[in-house]
Design a protein around this ligand. Structure first.
Ligand code: HEM
Length: 154
C-alpha cells in the first residue's frame, strides 16, 4: 500500500508542476494580450488545483500507514524536530505543500471574482506563481540530504 502511494505521489508531482507552470504561463500571456481569459487559462488553473488536491490527499494518507517515514517521524515526537530528515517529512514538506494548496485555491476564487480582465490575469499570475514556488521549495530534490529520486522506480 505504502509503495503504491509513494509511486503515485512521486509520479503525480510532475503533473502538479507542469499544470502549475501552465497556469502561470497562460496567466502571463493573458496579461500581455490584455483580453478576457482564454478557456485554456481557466482550465489550467482548474487542472492545477485538482492535481494539487489529489497530491495533498495522497501525502496525508501516508501519515496513517505503518512503516512510512512520516509515521515514524510522528512517533518520534519532539526528537523528530532535532533530526533534519524527520523534521522535513513531519513539518517542512507538508507545511510548504499546504501553503501551496491554500494559495492555489485562494487564487482560483479571486480569479473568478475579479470583475476586470487585467485583474483576473494578475491574480492568477500572483497566486499560482506563489503556489508553484512553495511546491518547488518544499520538494525532496535528489541533491538534498533527505532527497528522493526524480522518478519512481519502475
Ligand atoms: C500536504 C501535502 C503533502 C503531504 C502531507 C505530503 C507528504 C509526503 C510524505 C509523507 C512523503 C513520503 C515520506 C516517506 O517516505 O514516508 C512524501 C514524499 C514525497 N512528496 Fe509529498 N506530501 C504532500 C504534498 C506534496 C506535493 C504537492 C508534492 C509535489 C507536487 C509532493 C512531492 C513529493 C515527492 C516527490 C515525494 C518523494 C516520493 C518518493 O519517495 O518516491 N508532495 N510526501
Amino acid at each position: 500500500m505504502l509503495t503504491a502511494l509513494l509511486f503515485l505521489h512521486n509520479l503525480l508531482r510532475w503533473l502538479v508542476i507542469v499544470a502549475g507552470a501552465a497556469a502561470v504561463g497562460t496567466a502571463l500571456s493573458g496579461l500581455r494580450r490584455k483580453g478576457p481569459p482564454s478557456a485554456g487559462e481557466a482550465r489550467a488553473g482548474l487542472v492545477f488545483t485538482i492535481a494539487l488536491d489529489t497530491q495533498v490527499l495522497i501525502g496525508l494518507a501516508m501519515y496513517g500507514i505503518d512503516g512510512s517515514t512520516a509515521r515514524a517521524a510522528m512517533a518520534a515526537g519532539g526528537a523528530a524536530m532535532k533530526d533534519g530528515a524527520m523534521r522535513f517529512w513531519l513539518v517542512e514538506h507538508p507545511l510548504m505543500m499546504v501553503a501551496a494548496l491554500v494559495l492555489a485555491h485562494v487564487g482560483r476564487v479571486l480569479f473568478k471574482r475579479a470583475t476586470d480582465d487585467d485583474r483576473k490575469h494578475r491574480r492568477a499570475l500572483t497566486f499560482f506563481g506563489l503556489a508553484l514556488l512553495a511546491i518547488l521549495a518544499g520538494m525532496p530534490w535528489p541533491f538534498l540530504a533527505h532527497g528522493r529520486s526524480l522518478l519512481p522506480h519502475f
